[in-house]
Design a protein around this ligand. Structure first.
Ligand SMILES: COCC(O)(O)CCCCCNCCCN
Ligand SMILES: [Zn+2]
Length: 697
C-alpha cells in the first residue's frame, strides 16, 4: 500500500509574465504560484509532503497531444523579440507568450508526468503539482486561455502508454471549460471495439478469439461557468449535451453553471448525483484532477460563492476511487487569498488529515437543478446509475437554451459588470478552520482474545461509576452482565475522547450492536448536537431513538420496514440488501451522502448488523466515505463474532484508501425505484436529495 503525498513545485515556473497591456490576461500573474507554495510552507504542509523534482517534458511526450507544427512554432518563442511575441500571440485567444514561457510550459507538463510516475510507481499514494502555465484550454495546435501545453491531457496519454492504465478519470473543477481536454478525448473509444482490441488466433482449434480490452478510455468531467454560452470560451460544445462522439459517447460530461454565485451545496449535489455514481460505475485505475481554484469564492473569473474548505471534501470524495491513486495538477485560480487557502485544503486532505465540517448546507439552487437534471437525462443512456433518471420536460426545465431554441426568449445581452462594480462586491469568507490530527487516530474496544490491529490503540475496559449508574437506569437488564456493562461504559468513555479530539475514530466488537448503539446514543454528551447512525443489514432499530432530531438513523437492508419513515428515520430497502454492490453504492452516493452532508453530524455511528451480507470492499468504501462527516469521528460497532472485519475496518479508519470496486453493473430496476421513491419522499426534508427542479418550492 503506497503512502505519502507528492508535492511538485519549482520557482522557475514563476519566471514569466505578461509583458504588454492585455486586460484579458493580466490576472494570470506569477504570484499565483508563489503565494500558493508559500501557504503550504507556512502551514507546515510542504514539509509533510514528498518533494518530487520537476523535469521538462520531452518532445515525444508533448507530441502525445500536440502537433509537430505547433511544438516547432512554440520552440521559436524564446528567441522572439517583444514585437514578434505579440504577433505570435495574436493567433490565439486569451493567452500570452514570453521568452521563458516555453521552458515553463515544458516544466508544467513534465511536473504532471513526474506526478504520474510517483503515483504509478507507488513512491507516493497521491500528490499535487503546482504549475504554470496551466493546461486544460490548450489544443492540439493552439494555445488558449493562458495555456500552452495541455498538462493533464498529456499526463493521461502518458499514463496509458507507459503504465497500460486502461481507464483514466479526469475531474476538472476549474470554473472554465477545459475544451482542450474535451477535444483530445471526446472520440476516445469506449467498450468492446476500442483501439485496445487485440485479436488472438488459436491456429489449432482454428478459432479466432477476440480478446477485447474493453473500457480502454478516458472519462472527462468538467463543470464550468457557462451562462447559456455567454461566458468564455462561449462554446456551444461546452453545454451538457456534448456527451462524447461515437464510441466515446458517455465519456464526456459537461455541467454548465448558467448563473454565478454557486455555493458548496451546488457543488456537492453535482458530485453526489452525477460525478460519483458515474465514476464508481466507470471504476478508473487513475484519477487526474484539473485542479483550478477559480471556482472558489472571491475569484474574479468564477464569481462563485463556494468556500475553500469545499475542496477538502471534493478531494476526499475522489480519494476512494482508483485505490487512492489521485494526481491533482493546478489550473486556474486568481484570487490570491482564496487560491492558497483552497490549495492548502486540497493538500491537507491528500495527506489524510480530518475533514472540516461544512455547515449550513442546503439544496442546490434552481439553476443548478436545471443543469443537473438536463445533464443526468443527457447521460442516462450511457450510465446505469442514471438510467432511470426522470427526463426533463419543457414544463419543469426553463433552461434558457430550450426556450431560446423554441424562440420564446430573445437573447438579452448579459449585463457585464464593469471591473469596478465587480470589485465593489468584495466577497468575504471565513478562513478555513484548522484541521488538527487527534493524537490517537483510531482506537479499539475488543475482547481480550482479539488482537488490536497495528496503528490502532486498544482502550482498556474501564467502568465509570457515574456512567454505570446512568446505564443501570436505562439498560437495567444488562446490570447483571458485568462484561456488557464494562463494554458499554468503555464505549461511552471512547466517545468522550472523540469529542475532545483525543481520538479520531473507534471500532468495537460487542455482544449486541443495537444495544451498544443505543447506549452510546443515549450517553453522548449534550455538547454533541447531532449523531448520524448508519445501520448496514437487517435488524430492528427502535424508532424512538431518533427523537427531536438529535439522532438521524439511516438503515440499508433488505427488509421493507413497516416502520413509519420520517425525516430522521430513513430505511432503504434493497432487493438483495447489502449484497448487491451497485444497488448499495447507489443508496450510499445518492441518499446517504447528501443527507449526511445536510445533517452535518458531530458523530457518526456505523453499525454492522449481524449477517448483513455486506462484502469487504463495499464496507471499506462506506467506512471511507463516512469519514467525510463529523471531522472523521466515526465509531464502528460490529458483532463479536465478526473478528475478520476488524483489520479491514481499522485500515480505513487509519487513512488507507478503500480498494476499487469492480466496474459496477447497472443497479437493479427495483433498487433504483426504491432509492428514487425515497428521494422523492424525503427531498422536502433534505434538499440535497433534489435532482429535478420540479420539486423546488
Ligand atoms: C487552464 O487555465 C486556467 C483557466 O481556465 O483559469 C484559464 C482561464 C482563461 C480565461 C480567459 N478569459 C479571461 C477574461 C478576463 N476577464
Ligand atoms: Zn479557470
Amino acid at each position: 500500500m503506497a503512502h505519502g503525498t507528492a508535492l511538485i513545485y519549482d520557482e522557475e515556473m514563476t519566471k514569466y509574465k505578461l509583458l504588454w497591456v492585455d486586460p484579458a490576461c493580466k490576472i494570470e500573474v506569477p504570484e499565483r504560484l508563489s503565494v500558493s507554495y508559500e501557504a503550504l510552507v507556512r502551514n507546515g504542509l510542504a514539509d509533510r509532503c514528498v518533494s518530487i523534482p520537476v523535469r521538462e517534458a520531452t518532445d515525444a511526450e508533448i507530441l502525445l497531444v500536440h502537433s509537430d507544427e505547433y511544438l516547432e512554432a512554440v520552440k521559436k518563442t524564446p528567441y522572439m523579440t517583444l514585437e514578434d511575441l505579440k504577433e505570435f500571440t495574436l493567433q490565439f485567444g486569451d493567452v500570452y507568450f514570453h521568452p521563458n514561457i516555453y521552458r515553463c510550459a515544458k516544466l508544467a507538463a513534465g511536473s504532471a508526468l513526474q506526478l504520474v510516475d510517483s503515483v504509478m510507481m507507488e513512491r507516493v499514494r497521491n500528490g499535487m503539482a503546482l504549475v504554470r502555465p496551466p493546461g486544460h484550454h490548450s489544443m492540439r495546435s493552439a494555445a488558449s486561455g493562458f495555456c500552452v501545453f495541455n498538462n493533464v491531457a498529456i499526463a493521461a496519454r502518458y499514463a496509458k502508454q507507459k503504465y497500460g492504465v486502461k481507464r483514466v478519470l479526469i475531474v476538472d473543477w476549474d470554473i472554465h471549460h477545459g475544451q482542450g481536454v474535451q477535444y483530445c478525448f471526446e472520440d476516445d473509444p469506449r467498450g468492446v471495439f476500442g483501439k485496445g482490441r487485440i485479436i488472438f488466433g488459436c491456429l489449432k482449434c482454428n478459432i479466432l478469439v477476440f480478446v477485447l480490452f474493453i473500457f480502454n478510455s478516458v472519462l472527462y468531467f468538467s463543470w464550468h461557468r457557462y451562462e447559456h454560452q455567454k461566458f468564455w470560451p462561449q462554446l456551444r460544445e461546452s453545454d451538457y449535451d456534448s456527451v462524447g462522439k461515437e464510441k466515446g459517447a458517455g465519456f464526456n460530461i459537461n455541467l454548465p453553471w448558467n448563473q454565478v454565485g454557486m455555493e458548496n451545496s451546488d457543488y456537492l449535489s453535482v458530485f453526489c448525483h452525477v460525478l460519483l455514481p458515474v465514476a464508481y460505475e466507470f471504476c478508473p485505475d487513475l484519477v487526474l484532477v484539473c485542479a483550478g481554484f477559480d471556482s472558489a469564492i472571491g475569484d474574479p473569473e468564477g464569481e462563485m460563492c463556494a468556500t475553500p474548505d469545499i475542496f477538502a471534501h471534493l478531494t476526499h470524495l475522489l480519494m476512494n476511487l482508483a485505490g487512492g491513486r489521485l494526481c491533482a495538477v493546478l489550473e486556474g485560480g486568481y484570487n490570491l487569498t482564496s487560491l492558497p487557502q483552497s490549495v492548502c485544503q486540497t493538500v491537507q486532505t491528500l495527506l489524510g488529515d480530518p475533514l472540516p465540517q461544512l455547515a449550513n448546507l442546503s439544496g442546490p439552487c434552481r439553476s443548478a437543478l436545471e443543469s443537473l437534471q438536463c445533464l443526468r437525462s443527457a447521460q442516462k443512456q450511457y450510465w446505469g446509475s442514471l438510467k432511470h433518471t426522470a427526463s426533463p420536460t419543457a414544463a419543469n426545465i426553463s433552461t434558457k437554451r430550450i426556450r431560446i431554441a423554441e424562440g420564446e426568449v430573445e437573447e438579452e445581452e448579459k449585463t457585464e459588470l464593469g471591473e469596478e462594480e465587480k470589485n465593489s462586491e468584495e466577497k468575504v469568507w471565513h478562513e478555513p478552520p484548522k484541521r488538527p490530527c487527534p493524537p490517537i487516530r483510531a482506537a479499539s474496544v475488543l475482547p481480550d482474545d482479539v488482537a488490536c490491529p497495528d496503528g490502532c490503540k486498544r482502550i482498556t475496559k474501564d467502568i465509570h461509576p457515574l456512567v454505570v449508574s446512568r446505564l443501570k437506569d436505562h439498560l437495567v437488564q444488562e446490570a447483571e452482565d458485568g462484561d456488557a456493562l464494562a463494554t458499554f461504559s468503555t464505549l461511552v468513555s471512547l466517545v468522550q475522547k472523540m469529542e475532545k479530539n483525543e481520538v479520531g475514530s473507534g471500532l468495537a466488537l460487542v455482544g449486541d450492536v443495537i444495544k451498544a448503539m443505543m447506549c452510546v446514543v443515549q450517553h453522548v454528551s449534550p455538547d454533541l448536537n447531532r449523531v448520524l447512525v448508519v445501520c448496514v443489514g437487517n435488524g430492528k432499530i427502535p424508532s424512538h431513538i431518533s427523537r427531536d432530531g438529535k439522532v438521524l438513523v439511516l438503515q440499508i437492508s433488505s427488509d421493507a420496514s413497516e416502520e413509519q419513515q420520517s425525516k430522521h428515520y430513513i430505511s432503504v430497502c434493497l432487493q438483495k440488501g447489502c449484497c448487491n454492490t451497485s444497488g448499495f453504492m447507489q443508496a450510499v452516493l445518492g441518499l446517504l451522502l447528501p443527507v449526511g452532508y445536510e445533517y452535518n453530524p458531530d458523530l457518526v455511528v456505523l453499525v454492522r448488523m449481524p449477517d448483513s451480507g455486506v462484502c469487504d470492499v463495499v464496507w471499506k468504501q462506506l467506512t471511507g466515505l463516512l469519514q467525510s462527516f463529523a471531522k472523521g469521528h466515526t465509531l464502528v460497532l460490529m458483532q463479536e463474532k465478526e473478528n475478520s472485519c476488524v483489520g479491514p475496518t481499522a485500515s480505513i479508519l487509519l487513512g488507507d484508501p478503500a480498494p476499487p470496486l469492480e466496474t459496477l453493473q447497472a443497479p437493479d430496476r427495483e433498487d433504483v425505484d426504491a432509492v428514487e421513491r425515497l428521494r422523492r419522499r424525503l427531498q422536502a426534508d433534505w434538499k440535497l436529495l433534489q435532482t429535478t427542479s420540479e420539486y423546488t418550492s
